[in-house]
Design a binder for this molecule. Structure first.
Ligand SMILES: Cc1cc2nc3c(=O)[nH]c(=O)nc-3n(C[C@H](O)[C@H](O)[C@H](O)COP(=O)(O)OP(=O)(O)OC[C@H]3O[C@@H](n4cnc5c(N)ncnc54)[C@H](O)[C@@H]3O)c2cc1C
Length: 356
């Protein structure tokens, strides 16, 4: 075997695992981002994201003894989310303690913490994972366009919502997926804000807006059918509600996993492991996924580092609480995306902060 562990994808999940693994392991990590340390130009893959760090992700940083450099932060830091129900016209303000940050810089920073003992291929596209007698053969195209094949005992799919590892090894495990569309505009509101928007006539998931570094981001997660039309309809409704935006500076699109039942989570078997969004680990109620990427990577690193004899069984068991928590988010999402229950929650004014 060329390697003990092959990690496919270096988003928050893959980079965290690569950082936490015992350096005695021979580890290879492949990532399709062009990114080199601190590269911030527009080339290559960039993850479309709201760039908000939730408290659970902050807790993972505490456990993992990480402090976030300030140059990753963006302006301003906002402490509430305006929640709009476009169908009833209700608006509420809820306190939130998100950290507003630049997602691409964040990914590059996490990548920069990977120790030199890990062999990292940037701008490398993994194309195939094939079974061999005592491990897997991994095929990828390196940054010079050359096809390479390596072998590894364990494979970790940390390759996000549209995971090739999940699709190739578990083709029958279909996850509910939506299309996330985000557009960036110049910020023109006098008071920058975050918002969370519900309207079942455009999506049975939800939409959002985020002010970030003089930009105003409008986005939403939509069923694949007519996603573009739904997004345009949403924008019209937001303008009617007083949102200010004109011509988009850029448009981003990607698949986002939207778990709908416990069966949607897939942790892997037979020496293949899925972590982060590849495993379906993302909150259905807020689409917050960074904390679950950090948590699942940390759990798996401990299992590898302890040389557990049955690592797949152990990973499944130790992610139990994480799956329970994610299930509670599915229940919350079902309440919030059902007009009747949402109206009741908003009418209750529980946790609403009144602004005069
Ligand atoms: C529009 C949008 C907004 C979001 N906003 C937030 C937010 O504000 N806060 C939050 O916590 N979460 C947010 N999320 C969710 C969050 O982005 C994900 O859950 C999180 O990025 C998952 O991390 P990951 O490491 O599992 O996967 P990813 O971050 O998707 O990383 C996967 C990596 O795998 C690589 N890769 C993929 N395929 C291959 C391949 N074949 N070969 C080689 N490399 C490959 C990619 O380069 C990428 O770096 C948002 C999601 C979307 C879609």
């Amino acid at each position: 075997m060329d390697y003990d562990i092959a990690i496919i994808g270096l988003g928050p999940a893959g980079s965290t695992l690569a950082r936490l693994l015992n350096p005695a392991f021979k580890v290879i990590a492949l990532d399709k981002k062009v990114a080199k340390l601190q590269q911030t130009d527009d080339k290559g893959f960039r993850k479309p994201c709201g760039g908000l760090l939730a408290t659970d992700a902050q807790k993972a940083f505490i456990r993992q003894k990480l402090n976030m450099p300030v140059d990753i932060l963006t302006n301003p830091q906002i402490f509430s989310v305006k929640t709009y129900d476009l169908q009833t016209g209700l608006t509420r303000n809820y306190q939130r303690t998100y950290v507003n940050f630049d997602r691409h810089k964040f990914d590059l920073w996490l990548k920069s913490l990977i120790p030199p003992t890990v062999t990292v291929y940037n701008n490398a596209l993994c194309t195939e994972i094939g079974r061999i007698i005592d491990g897997y053969q991994i095929t990828f195209i390196d940054e010079d366009g050359i096809e390479q094949k390596i072998t590894s005992r364990y494979v970790v799919g940390a390759d996000g919502a549209n995971s090739l590892v999940r699709r190739m090894r578990y083709p029958n495990h279909k996850l509910r997926q939506y299309i996330a569309i985000q557009q960036w505009f110049t910020e023109e509101h006098t008071l920058p804000f975050y918002s969370c928007i519900f309207d079942n006539t455009v999506t049975n998931c939800y939409a959002w807006s985020i002010s970030k570094d003089n930009a105003f981001i409008v986005g939403g997660a939509f069923p694949k059918k007519e996603a573009n039309r739904r997004f345009e309809e949403l924008k019209k409704k937001l303008v009617d509600r007083g949102f200010i935006f004109d011509k988009p500076i850029k448009t981003e699109k990607c698949t986002v996993v939207y778990p709908n039942s416990v069966r949607d989570f897939c942790t892997g078997n037979d020496n293949i492991f899925l972590i982060g969004e590849a495993a379906g680990f993302i909150s259905a109620s807020s689409l917050e996924g960074i904390s679950y990427a950090l948590d699942s990577a940390e759990i798996l690193s401990k299992i590898f580092n302890s040389h557990h004899p049955k690592p797949n069984n152990c990973y499944y068991k130790r992610t139990f609480l994480l799956r329970v928590k994610l299930y509670s988010k599915i229940v919350k999402a079902k309440i919030l995306t059902t007009p009747f229950w949402r109206k009741l929650v908003m009418l209750s004014r529980i946790k609403h902060i009144k602004i005069d």
